[in-house]
Design a binder for this molecule. Structure first.
Ligand code: 5GP
Length: 337
């Protein structure tokens, strides 16, 4: 059965049309954006980009560097509470750094959040609940329990790629939904399982659904350039999440590897054989890896990359007459190319 005969679009299938603009300079574009979380009532302001909770990307060092740009980090879930406390004592800002959980039990979530609060005097205000398959029932049940026990916690949950997935998680109490299956740069889910959805189409369809409950979408996976970030906002995403684009930087803490006179850093999918070996002692025999390992040429300091990305977004805003990121959606018209 074919669900729908329309061609489903990826970022490379479209461009955004320029328009008559009254914005004379990129300097006139304000990138800070206010996002309201409908279920928890968190009222957040910042630059709606999120570093992915992956090894060598979602590190405290990355969080410290990105918070200077008001950019957020979903901190990977392999840090201990003591490491959180010491990062907070060194200036990690919880408005921009979000704690991450998987399909964990509620006792562990309670323990972690209350330990961090007690030892640092600061409480995480936003948490990311990240599983490869956000459709499973036990995950939705976990989100419902977390919502009940933490009424004021901003909850981002995913991943799904269809409106029914969005609806189910929003009804469970999430504020924002992470969208993307099979589109990540080091993801091999579509090859391994045949499952996936072109990323831009998923963002467009899921953002229509999430607006019914005043939530937002995080477009996660497949972004290669600042142009793709703009296309995700144009499609209706509130946030974009970046893995590959932020890999290969000093702040990710992957060791430098020398090969043929060049410097590289390691990067791998969190469901790759390498990640499973590191964090879980190996690939369980009922599973197949759904991620790959690569070497990324060393890209130095992440600041330089961020300046380029933000410059690209500012320029896009002047082309389409959007004074800020929230206006990108309403001011954008795609053409297929
Ligand atoms: P990227 O920005 O690199 O294109 O995509 C990053 C996203 O890929 C992550 O935020 C996560 O959702 C997804 N991802 C990370 N590791 C894996 C993996 O091993 N397998 C799959 N299927 N997806 C992954």
């Amino acid at each position: 059965m074919i669900n729908n005969n329309d061609k489903k679009l990826g970022f490379d299938d479209v461009l955004v049309i320029p328009k008559v603009s009254t914005i004379n300079s990129r300097k006139d574009v304000n990138l800070d954006t206010r996002i309201r979380f409908p279920s928890s009532n968190v009222d957040w302001t910042g630059m709606p980009i999120m570093a992915s909770n992956m090894d060598f990307v979602g590190t405290f060092e990355m969080g410290m560097a990105l918070q200077n740009f008001h950019i957020t980090t979903a901190v990977n879930k392999f840090y201990s509470t003591d490491e959180w406390v010491s990062a907070i004592n060194q200036g990690l800002d919880l408005n921009y750094n979000f704690i991450t959980f998987g399909l964990d039990n509620i006792e562990l979530i309670h323990q972690t959040i209350s330990d961090i609060s007690a030892k640092s005097n600061q409480t995480p205000s936003i948490a990311v609940f990240d599983v490869p398959n956000g459709y499973i029932k036990s995950f939705c049940e976990l989100i419902s329990v977390v919502r009940k026990e933490f009424p004021a916690l901003g909850i981002i949950a995913g991943n799904v790629v269809t409106p029914d997935g969005v609806k189910q998680l929003m009804e469970s109490g999430a504020d924002g939904i992470k969208v993307g299956i099979g589109s990540g740069g080091v993801c091999s889910t579509s090859a391994t399982t045949g499952v996936g959805y072109p990323q831009l189409a998923a963002v467009i369809e899921c953002s229509e659904e999430v607006k019914k409950s005043k939530g937002f979408i995080i477009s996660d996976g497949g972004i290669k350039t600042s142009g793709d970030i703009v296309k995700a906002y144009s499609g209706g995403a509130g946030f974009v999440m970046l893995g590959s684009v932020l890999a290969g930087h000093e702040e990710g803490k992957a060791s430098l590897i020398t090969k043929d006179g060049k410097f590289y850093r390691k990067f791998y999918g969190m469901s790759s054989g390498e990640a499973m070996k590191k964090h879980y002692g190996g690939v369980a025999n009922y599973r197949a890896p759904e991620g790959i390992s690569i070497l990324v040429e060393d890209r130095g300091n992440v600041e330089d990359t961020i300046h380029q990305l933000l410059g690209g977004i500012r320029s896009a805003c002047t082309y389409i007459n959007a004074v800020n990121i929230s206006e990108i959606f309403e001011k954008s018209t795609f053409i297929r190319v």
